[in-house]
Design a protein around this ligand. Structure first.
Ligand SMILES: NC(=O)c1ccc[n+]([C@@H]2O[C@H](COP(=O)([O-])OP(=O)(O)OC[C@H]3O[C@@H](n4cnc5c(N)ncnc54)[C@H](OP(=O)(O)O)[C@@H]3O)[C@@H](O)[C@H]2O)c1
Length: 311
């Protein structure tokens, strides 16, 4: 927040400085020369735009990016944004290695791409998965925890094992991979970031998506605790809370007034990715995407139960 404010104040001050210098130039023109020589016109130097070198706000970070759930539309979009800012390697971990690579190429990721086999349901394999990904990556600037399943409440209620499977993937899998990844990030000399995809669904239980919401609430709680625990070891944890994003996950959510309402506030993977990268650069710990959701969900938190039950 503070760096953003400082940047805005700085960028608002810049034109004032330039106007000030031009005023000095006009002032000099009006004074006659004491020896009667022709009055010097204002120096072009003073009227020329001032071309001071503007240091880049953030040095390009060429270190690698690891995406867990490497076929995630949001995960790939974040990786593409980080590549645009300098990342030279992307490691995609997931179940379908060929498909992940194709998706990354389609997204315009033109740097070295590596893939690792990974299934979020098998926590006992996660330490070795993370080690393999770090070995391929070299120095890592960010690990994106992007895997997840949405499902739907009627199916979960009809088949409790399915609900347990979603909890295993979204919560247990994210816990074991995040712990393994923060341990690997802490071994590095430079600070790295763990980016965890939570959701606005985590903030208040609703009958329409309480199973998915509960998996994300657990993850959100865990990630915020992890953030405080690993900060002193040079690892940042950034929790992302997107609203409805147009991706593979939501493409079948059409029809009905709830979906029409969600679509009104819907966003895209690119927009989420830009918000994530800005939050990383600003050193934030929580990122709402889009930002206005922060206020909407505050209202949702205090809304009476009968309203929430209808959402
Ligand atoms: N889209 C939204 O509206 C939205 C909103 C808030 C939060 N989120 C969260 O953002 C994250 C990314 O979502 P997205 O929209 O980008 O979805 P997506 O494009 O459907 O990607 C989800 C990814 O998770 C992977 N995955 C699922 N189960 C897995 C498992 N057991 N092991 C390994 N990988 C697994 C999928 O791989 P396979 O191809 O192998 O299935 C897929 O690549 C998720 O955590 C989601 O909950 C999404």
């Amino acid at each position: 927040m503070l760096p953003t404010l400082t940047r805005r104040v700085r960028s608002n001050l810049a034109p004032l400085v330039i106007i000030g210098r031009r005023a000095v130039g006009r002032d000099r023109q009006e004074r006659p020369n004491p020896d009667g020589s022709p009055t010097e016109r204002p120096s072009d130097r003073l009227l020329d735009p001032i071309e001071e070198p503007v240091p880049p706000e953030h040095e390009p970070d060429t270190r690698a990016v690891i995406v867990l759930g490497g076929g995630s539309d949001i995960g790939i979009a974040i990786a593409a944004q980080l590549v645009a800012r300098g990342a030279e390697t992307v490691v995609l971990a997931g179940r379908n290695r060929e498909q992940m690579r194709e998706q990354a190429l389609e997204a315009g990721i033109g740097v070295r791409i590596e893939t690792v086999g990974f299934d979020a349901r098998f926590s006992e394999s996660h330490v070795s998965t993370i080690e393999e990904a770090f070995t391929l990556a070299g120095e890592v600037q960010a690990v994106i925890v992007a895997f997840g399943v949405l499902g739907d409440t009627p199916s979960y209620e009809a088949n409790p094992a399915l609900a347990g499977g979603a909890a295993t993937t979204n919560f247990a899998g994210a816990v074991s991979t995040s712990l393994a990844a923060t341990r690997a990030l802490a071994r590095q000399e430079r600070e790295g970031t763990l980016v965890v995809l939570s959701s606005v669904a985590a903030l208040r239980p609703r009958p329409s998506n309480y199973v998915y919401g509960a998996t994300k609430a657990g993850l959100d709680f865990f990630a915020r605790g992890l953030a405080d625990s690993v900060r002193k070891r040079g690892v940042r944890v950034l929790v992302i809370r997107p609203g409805f994003v147009h991706t593979k996950m939501t493409r079948d959510m059409t029809g009905g007034w709830r979906n029409r309402l969600r679509a009104r506030f819907a966003t895209t993977p690119d927009r989420v990715a830009r918000d994530v990268v800005r939050a990383m650069e600003d050193g934030d710990t929580i990122c709402w995407s889009p930002g206005r959701l922060r206020w909407l969900t505050t209202a949702l938190r205090v809304a009476p139960g009968f309203v929430v039950r209808r959402l």
